[in-house]
Design a protein around this ligand. Structure first.
Ligand SMILES: NC(=O)c1ccc[n+]([C@@H]2O[C@H](COP(=O)([O-])OP(=O)(O)OC[C@H]3O[C@@H](n4cnc5c(N)ncnc54)[C@H](O)[C@@H]3O)[C@@H](O)[C@H]2O)c1
Length: 370
C-alpha cells in the first residue's frame, strides 16, 4: 500500500483518482489551492472523500510542497490552470501555474523519497489528430486554413486530396501552436520525463483525452461541448453543433481514467508517454443525440450551426495500444450511463449554485464564435 500525493487532488480527475486509490487501500494526500474558478463554493469540496488529507495551498510554494511530500511514495501531478481558450488571454496565469508549478515540484522532489511520478498531460499536445491519405499513408497536418473554413470545407485535405482520420498514437509529432496551454502541457511532460531520467524516478506522462463525469467544473473546457449540450437540453432547447457536427472526439469516463492512473503506479514503464482515451471515435452530433436520448428528449435533435472557430481541431481520438500493453488498461465505455450522470450533475449545479453558475452557462451557450 502506498502513500500518494495528488497535486490538484480536490479537482475533477484528482478527486475521482483519490476514490479509486482509497478503494484499493492506499493513503491519499491532496495539495490543492482550491482555485476559485473551479471551486465556486469555496472551501473543501463536499465530494472529496473525508479520508483524503487536504493541504490547501499552491504548488508553487516550495516549502509547502516539501511538507506535502513527507512520507510520500507516489506523486500524481495534476495541479494546473486548465484551458486552451483562457490561456490565450491569461498567459502568465497559465504558464505560472503549469510550468513554474512543475519546476517547483521537481526541485522539491529531488530531496524526497518519492519512487514514482505520474503527470496528468493532455491530448491537446497533438493539435489535430492523425490522418491517412488515399494510399493509406499516415499523414500529419498542422491545421485547417481559415479560407477553407470560410467556404465551409470542414475536412482537412493534403494537396487538395481528402484525408481520413485515424487513431492518434503517441508517436505523432506534437503541434503546439494551437494554444499556450498545449505548450505548457508539453513543457510539463518534457520537464517531468527529463527529471525522472536524471534522478532515477520512473516517470509517466498520461495524455488524457476528453474526460467527462461528475464533479467537472462547468468552466472546465474539456467538458465544454457536453456541458453546453446538457445546459441546452435541461432548458428544453436543441443542442447547437459547430461546423457540421461531425467532428470526432474521444470521450472517456473519469472513473476509467482513474483506473488507468492507478494501473500506472505499478506498471513496468520507464519514462513513457501514454494515451488515456476510450479508443473510440464519437462525433459531436452522435453524442448530442445520445445525450438527448438519455435525457428523454429525443425530440430535441441537435441543430447544425455551420459556425466555427479558427484553430479548432477537426478530429482527434486515441490510439490506445500502448495503454493496453503497458498498463493493461482498456476502457469499457458506458457512454450513455456516463452522459446521464453528467446531465444530473449539470442540473444539480444549475439548481444549487444558480446565481454563481448562471453567467457561466450563458457563456457556454454563447461560446460558439462565427
Ligand atoms: N478534464 C480533462 O478532460 C483533461 C484532459 C486532458 C488533461 N487534463 C489534465 O488533467 C489535470 C486535472 O484536470 P481536471 O480536469 O481535473 O481539472 P480541475 O480544474 O478540475 O483540477 C485541477 C485542480 O488543480 C488545482 N490547482 C490549480 N492551480 C493550482 C496551483 N497553482 N496549486 C495547487 N493547486 C492548483 C485546482 O484548484 C483544481 O482543483 C490537469 O493537469 C489537466 O491539464 C484534463
Amino acid at each position: 500500500m502506498k502513500k500518494v500525493l495528488i497535486t490538484g487532488g480536490a479537482g475533477f480527475i484528482g478527486s475521482h483518482l483519490a476514490d479509486e486509490l482509497l478503494a484499493h487501500g492506499h493513503t491519499v494526500r491532496a495539495l490543492d489551492n482550491l482555485t476559485p474558478r473551479v471551486h465556486h463554493e469555496g472551501g473543501r469540496p463536499s465530494y472529496l472523500d473525508p479520508q483524503v488529507e487536504l493541504i490547501v495551498g499552491d504548488v508553487r510554494d516550495g516549502a509547502l510542497v516539501e511538507t506535502a511530500l513527507e512520507g510520500v511514495d507516489v506523486v500524481f501531478h495534476f495541479a494546473a490552470a486548465v484551458g486552451a481558450g483562457e490561456s490565450v488571454f491569461e498567459v502568465d496565469r497559465c504558464m505560472s501555474a503549469n510550468n513554474v508549478g512543475t519546476a517547483v515540484l521537481m526541485d522539491r522532489l529531488v530531496r524526497s523519497s518519492v519512487e514514482r511520478l505520474i503527470l496528468g498531460s493532455s491530448m491537446c499536445v497533438y493539435g489535430e489528430g492523425l490522418y491517412r491519405d488515399s494510399s493509406g499513408t499516415p499523414t500529419e497536418i498542422l491545421r485547417r486554413r481559415p479560407e477553407q473554413l470560410r467556404r465551409g470545407e470542414w475536412e482537412p485535405t493534403s494537396n487538395g486530396e481528402p484525408l481520413s482520420p485515424i487513431a492518434t498514437p503517441e508517436s505523432k509529432t506534437p503541434s503546439l501552436e494551437g494554444s499556450v496551454y498545449a505548450a505548457s502541457k508539453y513543457d510539463q511532460e518534457r520537464m517531468c520525463l527529463r527529471f525522472g531520467r536524471a534522478f532515477g524516478i520512473p516517470t509517466t506522462a498520461l495524455r488524457f483525452f476528453n474526460v467527462f463525469g461528475t464533479r467537472q467544473s462547468l468552466s472546465n473546457p474539456y467538458t465544454g461541448d457536453l456541458a453546453r449540450f446538457a445546459s441546452r437540453l435541461l432548458a428544453g432547447r436543441r443542442p447547437l453543433l459547430a461546423e457540421d457536427g461531425e467532428q470526432l472526439r474521444d470521450f472517456i469516463d473519469v472513473r476509467e481514467v482513474a483506473t488507468a492512473c492507478r494501473l500506472a503506479m505499478s506498471a513496468d514503464t520507464r519514462h513513457a508517454v501514454i494515451n488515456v482515451g476510450s479508443g473510440r471515435a464519437t462525433s459531436l452530433s452522435e453524442v448530442a443525440r445520445r445525450m438527448a436520448g438519455v435525457a428523454g428528449s429525443s425530440n430535441l435533435a441537435p441543430e447544425v450551426t455551420g459556425k466555427y472557430q479558427i484553430g479548432d481541431v477537426r478530429h482527434c481520438f486515441a490510439d490506445v495500444g500502448r495503454a493496453k500493453q503497458a498498463l493493461g488498461h482498456q476502457a469499457q465505455g458506458h457512454l450513455d450511463a456516463g452522459l446521464l450522470e453528467l446531465l444530473d450533475w449539470v442540473a444539480q449545479q444549475t439548481h444549487t449554485t444558480v446565481k454563481k453558475t448562471f453567467p457561466m452557462l450563458v457563456q457556454l451557450e454563447l461560446g460558439l464564435a462565427s
